[in-house]
Design a protein around this ligand. Structure first.
Ligand SMILES: NC(=O)c1ccc[n+]([C@@H]2O[C@H](COP(=O)([O-])OP(=O)(O)OC[C@H]3O[C@@H](n4cnc5c(N)ncnc54)[C@H](OP(=O)(O)O)[C@@H]3O)[C@@H](O)[C@H]2O)c1
Length: 445
């Protein structure tokens, strides 16, 4: 199973909206076939491993990192492929929570007389596929919050500059993460101050879909994030606005090719939960939140940060500049957010502290209340709740996503910059994903 996980890992950054999966076929101690899922629309890991094993697949044990699928997508069910090949035993690391699988893949194998073992290296498999499992379980993308601060806790100078806090090695790692995530998100103040491109300067990498939280559509049409990257690829840009975004600004951004998603967090800003639910419905599994601290606090309040990546640079700036987590802050130490599965390492001259975020009761309760309020609003509002840009709706009523948090409508199409969503479209959400030379795929499998 360790080898199967290693193979699955090769698909990081290219399989979305599908999960990463690896498969090894063995006869006793001898590996007779290997495969991993490389890209949505292409064969699944089990099929590739069976192909490479040929007739030696008969009677073999298959080690698979995720429960084999049991539904016909763009490729046939893997459960049937394993049965037809005559494997004797299937060892699986973790169940697939997708409503179309959810134990059915294993049931079908057992019904065909195949011995099934579940839970081998399950914790490792869950960490490895956290994005897919979180999206299926919660109805929002898995979120990594990356921030870079000085030793005295500042993310920018007193004039609002943050280039560069970290060294070249840390920045290269962030570029890699951009390639691996489906969406990269920032607050509008970061756009106005830093004018970032948000591209992944990784050879053969992809530039993720870019998302700006911007209540009143202040993102300049000449912002660098609209530009093509070093490989000539122009990424899709989405602006999440609040209810009061002026129609003229919205129209200008649509004209520039952005998709506008409008929602209301009750404070005149776009709702983090609603926006994330829409992104998940459009196929996004993972989001790299790059700040600043004001937006990060809203994500934390919505219980929508899964893992943090905190770079600490050996520099001191002084003053009272922006911090990695803004908002009101907590009153007592009991109310602190804490980290689990914490790792600390050096990256060049910087320190990197990573951990899974654990939320205190006050956040859990507040986030649940916001979600139920959004559901009530949504029920009263149905399709209209996702309207955008002063009349030219970029979103339309859509089927409820599996376990979507408070979502009542979905973006009909998260469009590319060259093909904005048609007004009033009712097509299913398109995949948010690769913007490399390969065209974005529609749907899974
Ligand atoms: N070192 C680093 O890692 C790093 C990373 C990023 C940024 N920075 C620095 O951080 C500074 C900016 O940070 P910041 O905290 O002031 O701003 P920010 O988080 O980039 O943007 C905050 C703004 O986003 C808008 N927004 C829209 N929806 C929101 C929501 N639901 N919740 C919260 N905000 C929402 C709000 O403006 P509207 O109401 O007008 O929409 C808000 O004022 C810059 O100086 C930048 O250079 C540093």
């Amino acid at each position: 199973m360790g080898r199967a996980l290693e193979l699955a890992e090769r698909g990081r950054g290219t399989t979305s909206p599908n999960p990463m999966v690896g498969c090894v076929l063995a006869q006793g101690d001898e590996i007779v076939g290997e495969g991993w899922h490389q890209r949505a629309g292409e064969p699944h890991a089990e099929v590739l491993a069976l192909r490479s094993a040929g007739t030696r697949g008969r009677g073999a044990t298959a080690y698979v990192t995720l429960e084999p699928c049991d539904h016909q997508g763009r490729t046939p069910p893997c459960s049937e492929a394993l049965i037809s090949a005559g494997v004797a035993r299937v060892v699986v690391a973790t169940l697939d929570p997708d409503a179309r699988v959810a134990g059915r893949g294993l049931e079908r194998l057992r019904a065909a007389g195949i011995e099934v073992t579940l839970g081998v290296l399950e914790d490792e498999a869950r960490v490895h596929n956290a994005a897919y499992l979180t999206q299926r379980r919660t109805g929002r993308p898995w979120v990594r919050y990356k921030t870079a601060m000085t030793l005295d806790g500042k993310i920018a100078t007193r004039t609002g500059r943050s280039r560069w806090i970290t060294g070249v090695e840390s920045r290269a790692l962030v570029q890699r993460w951009r390639h691996e995530h489906d969406v990269v998100a920032v607050g509008v103040t970061t756009v106005l101050r830093d004018d970032p491109m948000l591209t992944a300067r990784v050879a053969d990498g992809r530039t993720p879909h870019k998302l700006v939280f911007d209540s009143v559509a202040r993102t300049p049409v000449q912002a660098a994030l609209f530009e093509a990257d070093a490989y000539g690829v122009r990424a899709r840009v989405t602006i999440a606005t609040g209810p009061g975004a002026p129609a003229a600004r919205v129209a200008a951004l649509r004209e520039r090719g952005a998709t506008l998603l409008q929602s209301d967090d009750g404070r005149g800003r776009p709702s983090v939960q609603q926006t994330l639910a829409w992104l998940a419905e459009a196929g996004a599994l993972s989001l790299l939140l790059e700040g600043g601290g004001t937006l990060a606090w809203s994500f934390a309040e919505a219980q929508a940060i899964d893992r943090v990546a905190w770079f600490v640079a050996p520099k001191l700036l002084g003053g009272g500049g922006a911090s990695p987590l803004g908002g009101l802050g907590v009153a007592t130490m009991d109310e602190a957010l804490t980290l689990e599965r914490t790792e600390v390492r050096r990256v060049g001259e910087d320190l990197l502290v990573e951990g899974d975020l654990r939320y205190p009761a006050w956040v859990v309760e507040a986030a649940a209340q916001t979600e139920s309020a959004a559901q009530t609003d949504g029920a009263a509002n149905t399709a209209g709740s996702a309207g955008a840009d002063g009349g030219a709706a970029a979103v339309a009523a859509a089927p409820a996503a599996p376990a979507a948090a408070g979502s009542t409508a979905a973006p009909a199409h998260i469009s590319s910059t060259t093909a904005p969503a048609p007004t009033g479209s009712t097509t299913a959400p398109a995949h948010i994903g690769s913007t490399t030379a390969a065209p974005a795929v529609e749907g899974e499998d």
